[in-house]
Design a protein around this ligand. Structure first.
Ligand SMILES: Cc1ncc(COP(=O)(O)O)c(C=O)c1O
Length: 395
């Protein structure tokens, strides 16, 4: 009997999306055909209204006071580049961690290679946890930016951003949080965590389409735009208008994507992030129980669901993760990821470099019987592995 296809790669992008997204697709394409903010006729006003609604929904979900300080981007990478390159100036010092994704690591590495900034990278424990005290003690008088992920996309480890944020707030530096693995999945408040800059993707936990994301820019931040151009308003100004969001948004936006994103944001708002988290914790507990029964499998990151998000990295003895992922795909129609997951230094901390890990990331729509389906597939693979090893041993 053919297996039911199973998608467990929600850390990369969430799938499936809420039904409302699919249901609204044709209407969105027909109704949101004009450029927002570029005309006073009905269709342009409608496009402008949906973009404004996305900003407001995000502000409500992330406890942001001024929705105009939410800059719409194309993904989290776009938001992180805008933040890092807009804040850092020649001679600045930056504190970050070794758990970061390449979308933080590479822009910082390039600025450092160009001789513009100095970077201190704080090590994580083998569980992927970074001590906030070490981050705070790494700050210098010329530290302009502290940047870290809220949760690792390799080990799922949640970091104590509240403690870091509180300490950074008492300095000249600003605090940038990469919420790629938590926005929509875990309660977040820029107020509570003293976050100055928050980078989020629209297409992961916030369940929107690819090509959507946002950057929140708090009032303490001085940021130079890296994208300048038409805004549809203040057109007579010689330079980019200083008013938000126009200061950092130029050019025609992804209106169709934003209109679809509005559907998933409404879905999450009606449901509540608390409920999303509760379901994900249930799924995590079940998966953790299964993993604990597989002798030859080692889990990276915390075993306590309260200290993690639903991103599970596994090492399976000598069997390369890419082989396992290929077997899960070919034999069981199960989609998981293998390798370094764009975070090589994180693997150095976790002891899984250079081979990487097998990454399993359930989403909000993953059901407990699907975890059982995955578990059965893994048990079959592990049993066959053991049999093959035995035969090799006897030869
Ligand atoms: C921790 C982290 N940061 C940043 C990104 C980049 O996100 P995007 O694909 O939206 O650019 C990812 C993507 O997986 C991620 O996991």
């Amino acid at each position: 009997m053919k297996n039911k296809p199973l998608y467990l790669d929600n850390a990369a992008t969430s799938f499936p999306k809420p039904e409302a997204i699919y249901g609204q697709m044709a209407e969105v394409l027909k109704e949101y055909g004009a450029c927002p903010g570029r005309g006073s006729y009905g269709m342009a006003r409608k496009a402008e209204a949906i973009i404004r609604e996305v900003r407001q929904l995000l502000a409500d979900l992330l406890a942001i006071e001024d929705a105009n300080r939410i800059i719409l981007t194309f993904n989290a990478t776009d938001a992180l580049n805008m933040a890092i390159k807009g804040v850092c100036q020649a001679g600045d010092h930056v504190v970050t961690t070794l758990m970061e994704h390449n979308s933080v690591r590479r822009p910082l590495n390039q600025l450092e290679a160009d001789g513009r900034i100095r970077v201190t990278r704080v090590m994580a424990t083998p569980e992927g946890w970074v001590d906030p005290q070490v981050i705070i003690h790494s700050m210098r008088p010329n530290t302009r930016l502290v940047v870290m992920a809220h949760a690792s996309n390799v080990s799922g480890t949640l970091q104590d951003i509240d403690r870091v944020g509180e300490a950074v707030r008492n300095t000249q530096a600003v605090f940038l949080v990469d919420a790629a693995q938590t926005a929509g999945s875990y309660p977040l408040s820029v107020e509570r965590s003293a976050i100055d800059l928050l980078a989020i993707p629209g297409h992961k936990g916030l369940m929107g389409p690819q090509g959507t994301g946002a950057l929140y820019v708090g009032p303490r931040v001085k940021l130079t735009p890296w994208r300048e151009g038409g805004t549809g308003v203040f057109s007579e100004d010689l330079l980019q208008p200083k008013q938000f969001p126009y200061y950092l948004e130029a050019g025609s936006p992804n209106t169709w994507g934003m209109a679809l994103w509005a559907q998933s944001l409404r879905f999450i708002k009606d449901l509540s992030i608390k409920k999303v988290r509760q379901h994900k914790v249930e799924v995590m507990k079940t998966l953790l129980r299964c993993i604990s029964e597989w002798n030859e499998v080692k889990l990276c990151g915390p075993k306590d669901p309260s200290q993690r998000v639903g991103v599970f990295s596994l090492s399976c003895g000598k069997r390369p993760p890419c082989e396992l992922a290929a077997e899960l795909d070919a034999e069981f129609d199960i989609a998981v990821r293998a390798g370094l997951h764009c975070a090589p230094d994180a693997h150095r901390c976790l002891g899984t470099f250079p081979q990487g890990t097998l990454r399993i990331s359930p989403g909000y729509f993953t059901q407990l019987d699907e975890i059982a389906q995955f578990s059965q597939a893994m048990q079959t693979i592990l049993k066959n592995n053991a049999l093959n090893n035995e035969v090799l041993h006897q030869l």
